[in-house]
Write a protein that binds this ligand. Structure first.
Ligand SMILES: [Zn+2]
Length: 106
């Protein structure tokens, strides 16, 4: 199976781990791009030093989830999509849901 590239802003579903079955939007990737931070998922508590506004203490932040445990959710089917690539007439390569043909790249 061809590994589909995930992008920032994609809605993904977690396939394994403690957040299995949940979905959220990708906020950012780890530096080596093997993990992603998904909005409101895999929250971890972190101690933060007070900032200029005097705000500090314990804050909750997204923890990294391994990319192999994430799958792209089709915004049209609203479920985990089997995604393939399609080359457009202008040469752009876009991700397309195999079920509903929805394009996942602008
Ligand atoms: Zn679809």
């Amino acid at each position: 199976m061809q590994k589909i590239k995930l992008k920032k802003g994609d809605v993904v579903k977690v396939l394994a781990g403690k957040e299995q079955g949940k979905s959220g939007k990708i906020l950012q990737f780890s530096k080596d791009r093997t993990r992603a931070y998904v909005e409101k998922l895999s929250m971890v508590k972190r101690h933060q030093r007070p900032d200029a506004k005097g705000k500090g203490g314990i804050v909750e932040k997204e923890g990294a989830i391994h990319m192999s445990n994430l799958a792209l959710v089709c915004r049209k089917c609203n479920s985990v999509a089997r995604v393939g690539y399609r080359i457009l007439e202008d040469g752009r390569k876009v991700r397309v849901c195999k079920k509903c043909k929805e394009m996942h790249d602008e």
